[in-house]
Design a protein around this ligand. Sequence first.
Ligand code: FES
Ligand code: ZN
Ligand code: ZN
Length: 346
Amino acid sequence: MAATKSRGRSHVKCKVCRGPAAVEVRRHNAAFCPEHFISHFRSQVARAIHEFKMFEPADRLLVAVSGGKDSLALWDVLMDLGYDTAGFYLGLGIGGYSDRSRDACISFADGRGAKLIVRSLSEEHGYSVPTLARLSGRVPCSGCGLNKRYEFNRAALEEGYEVLVTGHNLDDEVATLFGNVLHWNTDMLGRQAPVLEERVIGSETALVRKVKPLVRVAERETAAYAVLRGIDYIVEECPLVEGNTQHRYKEAITLIEESSPGTKQQMYFGFLKRAAHRFAEESEAVELVACSSCGSPTIVAEDGNPRCSFCKMKARTERARAGRRREQEAGGSNRGAQGAERGGKE
Ligand code: FES
Ligand code: ZN
Ligand code: ZN
C-alpha cells in the first residue's frame, strides 16, 4: 500500500502535486499523496457510477454495510458525493465478530449523523449463520450469502429504497469471475455485472436494482482510503472464512497481479466488454415467477409450486431442526427407559 521508501524518505512522487507519495497504484502506473489519493479514489467511484449508469442524484440508496473497510469506505464516498443514503447492517450471529462489526457500523453512522437500519437473522428468522451451517451440513458461507442477498433486498423493498448498493471491489469481482469460469457457471456469469436491473413481477418490484460502485478500485485501495479517512473499520476476518473458495481464488489472482499489475482489471473489464452480454442474454431468457410463499422471483417449478432458494433453505432448516428435536426427545426417553430398567434390576 505504502509507496517505496528508502532511508525513511519516499522517492516516489505524487502524480498530481509531486509531493511525497503515500499510496502507489501500480496498475495505473501512478502514486499519490494522501490528499490526492483520496480524490483519485472518489473519482474512480464517481466514474463507475456514471459509466455504468448506476443511479441518479434523486435515487434513495441503501448501502449494505458489514463494518469492514469496503462498505464503510463506499458509504463515506457516497455521502461525500452528496447522495441520499442510509446504511443497512444485518447481524449474522457469528459471536463477538458480529457484535464488533455491528458496533463499527453504529459508530460510523453516529459519527456522521447518518441513518443506519439494523436487523439480525436471529430476530428475523430465529437462526444464525453457524446454526444454519450445523443444520444444513453445508459451509457457512453458502447460507450466509443466500441470507444476505435475500435480507438486503427485503430491507430495501420494505424501507422504500430504490437501489441496493454493495461494497464489492475489483478483487471480489475478479475472484467471483474466476470461480464462475473455472466451473463454467454460465448462469452466474450472466448475472455478474456492476448493475443488476430491478425485476418486476406483475406490477410490483420483486428485486430492487443492485449496484457495485467499487468495481474500479482494488481491495488494498479501499483499505488505504479507509485508513487515510480515519474510518474505524473492523480489520479481523470472519472466523468462518475457512473453506471459502472465493478467498482462495482471490489469493491466486493476487499472486498473478503482483508480477503482472493490471491483470485483474484486464480480466474483469475485458469480460464486461467482450463476453458478459452473451451470458446475460441466456439468463435474461429464463422466465421468472413469484415464489409461492414469499413472492420473490424464482424459476418456474415442474410441480406448479415455485419456491425460491431462500424459502427452500428455510424449510430444510426447519425440517432439520424438528428432526434433531425428535432425536433428542427419543434419546431422552430411551435414557429414561434404560434408567428405569437399571433401576428395576437393582
Ligand atoms: Fe463465509 Fe463468514 S460466513 S466468510
Ligand atoms: Zn499530491
Ligand atoms: Zn420465497
